[in-house]
Write a protein that binds this ligand. Structure first.
Ligand SMILES: [Zn+2]
Ligand SMILES: [Zn+2]
Length: 372
């Protein structure tokens, strides 16, 4: 009987991967400098200029990235514009002013407006910009957003009396139509009165829904209408907002404004609180929105937002250098011819300060007179 044997164990010396060097490796050679022979003149010199250039390059790359980011952050598209009276909201953040003033103005505009392009003061509580922080609309952004443009087939601005207006209100409407033609250098026409769409009237508030009205106006606009602007003596609102002075939309090519909160001063001259002045201001402002212009946040300008009647009365009738550039680019008018038409209009209706302003645009002071 065979005696069980333990399994044979591999001899490590028999493993196939075992490597036996035929010769021993030479010892590691370590180089050591001979300090006695070191020559200081051979030292690589420090190059502060190179370091400064490298730092400047890195700074330039970082700055470029920041500028690209700034340019890419544009405000989201607005569907409708509102001129509202609102309860104060959270204070606007510090940064409500754009930093694109200089690139938006050409040298000739800057020279022509010397002394009359007044920057907006910091937003105060109750003002539009305080309650609605807006980033403005630089000229280049405007050219990309301007989708409602005139063409030979569609170039007329219509004024539409909404409901039964009084003779005084109809007189204001006719003067407003004349003003719109001079302001935007466009053919204008007064449409026959349109009955108030009763389904836009709120049953309890006895106000008209301005957004619903814009839909009606858009459907009723003639085919050649670049825009249609309705004037009404009915108070307007939009959902969740107490009242609005006006509303305008470039998408719908329609706008509406109300004289309901403009008082009873129907004198046909340029006095500050007259229905005529207030109507002219809101009419061309809302049509500015129809012509793709957003609120101006740089200068005192017709396109400043309005939060109250008091703020509206402080606004100017004039477009600032940035906004006149937008209107001129869109409508293709000669600015001097426009100022001549406006000066004649202002003189005809007793807008003395506006006559002076347009005269200064037609005959701007020489630089030597400005510096005096
Ligand atoms: Zn507005
Ligand atoms: Zn402006």
């Amino acid at each position: 009987m065979d005696t069980p044997q333990p399994p044979a164990q591999d001899d490590p010396d028999d493993l196939p991967w075992t490597f036996e060097p035929e010769e021993a490796l030479p010892p590691l050679q370590v180089w050591e400098p001979d300090l006695d022979e070191w020559d200081p003149s051979l030292r690589v010199p420090a190059r502060p200029l190179h370091h400064a250039l490298l730092a400047l390059g890195l700074l330039t790359v970082a700055l470029s990235g920041w500028l690209v980011w700034e340019a890419a952050v544009i405000p989201p598209p607005l569907d409708l514009h509102t001129d509202l009276a609102l309860a104060p909201r959270e204070p606007a953040p510090e940064r409500t002013r754009r930093r694109h003033i200089l690139p938006a103005i050409s040298i000739s505009e800057a020279a022509n407006f010397s002394g009359d392009a007044l920057p907006l003061p910091p937003p105060a509580p109750g003002s539009w910009l305080y309650e609605h922080p807006e980033r403005g609309q630089p000229f280049q952004l405007f050219t990309r957003q301007a989708h409602n443009r005139p063409s030979p087939q569609r170039n007329t601005l219509y004024l539409l009396p909404l409901g039964d207006l009084s003779p005084e209100e109809l007189a204001v409407a006719e003067i407003t139509r004349d003003f719109i033609g001079a302001y935007y250098n466009a053919p204008t026409a007064l449409l026959p009165p349109h009955p108030i769409p009763e389904d836009t009237r709120h049953p309890r508030r006895r106000q008209l829904d301005a957004r619903a009205l814009l839909e009606v106006l858009s459907d009723a606009a003639p085919p050649d209408a670049l825009g249609v602007l309705a004037i009404t003596d009915q108070d307007l609102f939009i959902p969740d907002i107490d009242f609005v002075f006006g509303l305008g939309s470039a998408d719908l090519r329609a706008a509406v404004f109300s004289t309901a909160r403009y008082g009873e001063d129907f004198s046909l001259d340029g006095r500050p609180q007259s229905v005529l002045r207030r109507s002219l201001t809101v009419a061309v402002h809302e049509l500015g929105h129809v012509l793709n212009m957003r609120h101006c946040t740089e200068f005192r300008c017709l396109m400043n937002g309005t939060s109250s009647l008091r703020e509206a009365d402080q606004h100017t009738l004039h477009l600032c250098p940035v906004c006149i550039r937008k209107a001129s680019w869109l409508m293709g008018f000669d600015r001097y011819e426009r100022y001549e038409r406006l000066r004649d209009f202002y003189a005809r209706w007793g807008f003395d300060a506006e006559v002076t302003f347009t005269e200064r645009r037609l005959h701007p002071p020489l630089p030597s007179q400005i510096l005096r």
